[in-house]
Design a protein around this ligand. Structure first.
Ligand SMILES: Cc1cc2nc3c(=O)[nH]c(=O)nc-3n(C[C@H](O)[C@H](O)[C@H](O)COP(=O)(O)OP(=O)(O)OC[C@H]3O[C@@H](n4cnc5c(N)ncnc54)[C@H](O)[C@@H]3O)c2cc1C
Length: 479
């Protein structure tokens, strides 16, 4: 019987385990063990119920456009638990000179596609609005070497667009900086659009026109989640996996190539496996693989991470009535605040707070301030409350406050990331029984992590000669 080790019990490792479990149940002669260093599974996916509110400590949803997480939910029998974001309330603000300004309608990510809302917006200066008009006439540009998101966005719309939109948005998604993140890894469509069309505005409209014709009907919600929170996905995965395959509180300490397989030392013993999926961070993968292949370890090590702190605050009806409508706000670096963003959860996913409650989720840390992790919970809550007072005039005492710290949880796809991945892949292929999964490689969001886990499991199966053993598997999974 072939044995596969999975290192890391976040959504990537759990997705790999689920894929292997599907094969095992379909009759493949296979055994797998998932090692998780912590006392619980799910990694940064964690939901708590506090005072009638569904409080997400990590991700609160995933992009509907990317199918892999939703597919997994359906396979797990969670189809009737999936919910969409309340897009009728979708309005996001940017803090500008201490006041909240709505992101104008028709701005698709960063690209203006409607004229009037942008012309009348207080978010941009006249200089930037004129650049937006000129951008319409940009000619196609031959593909060149990778560059930062800030560099591409500045070329099209100027530095104000970087400061007021690109940087705060990327801070929210990656905990990173527009001046460091790779446009090819983070916004590959932008690089393609520039090569083909020149103007991002014209390219975006052409793409919208094509997709409107291809998929007529009501628009899908931007975000999908689960009724009772993202923890439901973790719980459903655990319920589908045999307890004997899951080892909690068992950090993998070393791995060593042995007899066309791997000797994995975890807890008090070392076991041989035919293949292994490393689904922990690339820094952990680097440390584990240092002895086996120093060059691979060095490439993995050069993928940097930032940390994130989320703060959930629950309030009563008075605050709910006084807060502005919409999903929340982003804070540009130039505003000099420590908070990166805040979500009005009761608007984005209304049932997650009772009708007489307001639930705010605030984000800190990222590339802007790693030191925030060193503060006490009380210290962090004090900072958040003071900034909410300044921004929203919110002085009420919260009914509850929760602080969650995610150290080195957000991989940074800095300039040159795709080239680095190509080198990593080249080196990895020299070790057929080694697969890598997780948010360090080809997508930081939950759907991409799910996909990476499944692909890594498929690679591991192929490496041990079991890839084609169950051609019916896809069909039976969908059923
Ligand atoms: C605050 C926050 C908000 C986010 N919001 C969203 C969102 O709204 N939507 C979205 O799509 N994405 C979001 N993301 C991103 C997404 O949630 C993560 O990228 C993804 O969940 C990472 O999953 P993972 O399994 O790769 O890593 P992790 O969740 O970090 O799991 C890795 C696991 O490996 C374990 N491990 C480490 N070392 C070892 C070892 N030596 N042996 C055994 N186990 C080990 C760790 O304990 C951990 O459990 C967010 C992330 C954060 C931090």
């Amino acid at each position: 019987m072939k044995r596969i080790a999975i290192i890391g019990g976040g959504i990537s490792g759990l997705s790999a385990a689920f894929a292997l479990e599907q094969h095992r149940r379909a009759g493949t002669s296979l055994e797998y063990v998932l090692f998780e260093s912590g006392p619980r599974l799910g990694g940064v996916l964690l939901t708590e119920h506090v005072d009638g509110c569904v409080v997400e400590a990590g991700p609160d949803s995933f992009l509907t456009e990317k199918p892999w997480a939703a597919d997994l939910c359906r396979q797990l029998g969670l189809a009737d638990q999936m919910i969409g974001s309340n897009d009728a309330e979708r309005k996001t603000y940017i803090l500008r000179k201490g006041r909240l300004v709505t992101i104008p309608d028709g701005l698709m990510f960063l690209v203006p596609t409607k004229i009037l809302p942008v012309v009348f917006s207080r978010l941009f200066s006249l200089r930037t609005k004129l650049r937006m008009a000129r951008e319409w006439f940009h000619s196609p540009r031959p593909a060149e070497a990778d560059e930062s998101v800030a560099s591409l966005v500045t070329r099209h719309y100027g530095d104000e667009m970087v400061d007021r939109l690109a940087d705060p948005m990327l801070s929210g998604i990656y905990g990173g900086e527009a001046s460091q993140l790779s446009v090819r890894a983070v916004l590959p469509r932008f690089a393609e659009m520039e090569t083909q069309h020149g103007s991002l505005g014209r390219a975006m409209l052409a793409a919208r026109h094509r997709s409107g014709r291809a998929a007529p009907g009501p628009a899908k919600p931007l975000f999908t989640s689960l009724f009772d929170g993202m923890q439901q996905l973790v719980d459903a995965l655990i319920a589908h996996l045999p307890a004997s395959s899951l080892r909690l509180n068992t950090a993998v300490k070393t791995v060593q190539p042995q007899d066309h397989g791997w000797l994995v030392a975890a807890g008090s013993k070392a076991e041989r496996f035919d293949a292994m999926v490393v689904a922990a961070s690339s820094s952990v993968a680097a440390a584990l693989l240092q002895t086996a292949n120093a060059e691979l370890a060095s490439e993995l090590h050069s993928i940097k991470y930032t940390s994130s702190v989320t703060v959930a605050l629950g309030y009563g009806q008075d605050v709910r009535s006084a807060l502005p409508p919409g999903f929340g706000f982003l804070v540009p670096r130039s505003e000099g605040k420590r908070m990166l963003a805040s979500t009005f959860v009761h608007n984005k996913f209304p049932h997650r707070a009772p009708p007489d409650r307001a639930l705010l989720r605030c984000f800190l840390g990222g590339a802007r301030e790693e030191r925030i992790l060193q503060l006490s919970d009380d210290g962090i809550v004090r900072i958040v409350r003071e900034e909410l007072r300044q921004i929203l005039g919110l002085t009420a005492e919260p009914h509850f406050a929760r602080v969650y710290r995610w150290k080195a949880a957000m991989a940074q796809y800095n300039v040159g990331h795709l080239e680095r991945l190509a080198r990593i892949e080249h080196l990895r292929r020299q070790w057929p029984g080694l697969s890598l999964a997780g948010n360090a490689y080809r997508g930081i969001g939950v759907p991409d992590c799910v996909r990476s886990g499944k692909e890594a499991a498929d690679q591991a199966l192929a490496a041990v000669g079991l890839a084609q053993s169950n051609p019916q598997l896809i069909a039976s999974q969908d059923a």
